[in-house]
Ligand binder design. Structure first.
Ligand code: KG4
Ligand code: ZN
Length: 353
């Protein structure tokens, strides 16, 4: 039987099974990840190999190094995920793989590996949007969460406010017009002399500081849109540090970190709560690498609950890039549509649809 026919037939069987098994693969940036999911929401394993130490000395992700490292690690990471779940490739009912957005060379490693497995073992394959994956991380933590809800996705590459109309239906309500929230954290952290990735280091420094010491403002804070701009606040912090350096003045780095974090957290909270209220949904979810930030998690919880919204946020290991969230989003895609053909391609950027 030709691969396409076999994959279609097995996708049909997948939909009928009580607890189909999905292998997820993620390689869009600097984490090589694989995971095994049982049914819609039970992660049997989640293996993540992070390249952070590799990129640290360059102060950011070097795409070519990322691709090469994915090639070196992907086989071992997939094996680890299967072994961790106690399943063989033969037990897997479908393969879900991130095919955008992200670094195209990095994406192609995971995608090619997934296609090889799918073809060799006769399994259906489905391409998953990385942002849809981050949103799906919430389903892993909340077994009863169902659309519609609004999700704030804050990562190194995106700051999106998304209306999740159904499991595979998304509308973008707002977005950053320039830097993503995580990118702003990373750049400000670098200016403060903190190591890459800056988010966690900046959060730790901010704990020692006074968030009211400086008044930083983010863009579009006062307008009616649900858009953000973080490039201005980043420049304001960098200018403050440079001016102090040139004049030999004193700057309390912890105060700068705390005040910057407050400005970003305030903007993310105000706009996402307002978007959820305007959309008339019962819940507001948070997702993406920046969702690991405790100040953001707590502030958004308080503001959402004060407005009568249920607040959801994945456990921290599912906020950062992982493949359990990709398997979960892939599961819902396969329950609703056909598998993808083997000529499925990778996309560096694309709209969430
Ligand atoms: O989702 P993610 O792992 O990768 C992308 O899809 O981009 O997000 C990584 C981003 C980085 O910019 C990192 O600095 C930020 O998330 N991040 C944080 C924290 N932990 C990670 N930002 C603020 N506070 C944190 N605790
Ligand atoms: Zn991500």
């Amino acid at each position: 039987m030709r691969y396409e026919e076999l994959a279609r037939m097995r996708a049909g069987e997948y939909r009928k099974k009580e607890n189909p098994v999905t292998l997820g693969i993620e390689s869009s940036c600097d984490e090589t990840a694989a995971a095994v999911l049982r049914g819609a929401r039970e992660a049997l394993s989640s293996s993540v190999y992070t390249q952070i130490p590799l990129h640290r000395k360059y102060g950011g992700v070097v795409p070519e190094l990322a691709s090469r490292s994915h090639v070196e690690k992907i086989g071992a990471v997939v094996t680890d995920a299967l072994e961790g779940a106690g399943v063989a490739l033969a037990d897997v009912d479908a393969i879900a793989v991130t095919n955008g957005p992200g670094l195209v060379g990095a994406l192609l490693v995971g995608l090619s590996y997934a296609k090889g497995l799918a073809y060799a073992a006769g399994k259906p394959i489905v391409g998953v949007d990385h942002i849809a994956g981050h949103i799906a991380a919430n389903y892993l933590t909340y077994p009863d969460l169902a659309p519609p809800f609004v999700c704030l996705v804050a990562s190194g590459g995106h700051s999106h406010i998304v209306l999740v109309g159904d499991y595979c239906r998304f509308s973008l309500l707002g977005r950053t017009r320039d830097d993503a929230a995580g990118e702003a954290f990373d750049k400000v952290a670098r200016a403060l002399g903190l190591p890459y990735p800056g988010g966690p280091a900046l959060e730790a420094l901010a704990k020692e500081g006074d968030p009211f010491a400086y008044r930083f403002r983010t863009g579009f804070a006062q307008d009616d849109s649900f858009d953000f701009s973080f490039s201005g606040v980043k420049t304001a912090v960098v200018n403050l540090l440079h001016t102090a350096q040139q004049r030999g003045g004193e700057v309390r780095r912890a105060d700068v970190a705390a005040s910057f974090q407050k400005a970003v957290v305030d903007a993310l909270c105000v706009k996402s709560v307002r978007a959820a209220k305007a959309a008339g949904v019962p819940a507001l979810a948070l997702a993406g690498g920046v969702a690991a930030n405790a100040a953001l998690r707590e502030a958004l919880r308080q503001r959402a609950e004060a407005e009568g919204l249920r607040f959801c946020v994945p456990e921290p290991r599912y906020c950062a890039d992982n493949a359990a969230m990709i398997a979960c989003a892939g599961h819902y895609a396969l329950m609703r549509g056909a598998p993808d053909p083997l000529w499925l391609n990778a996309h560096a950027s694309r709209e969430l649809a």
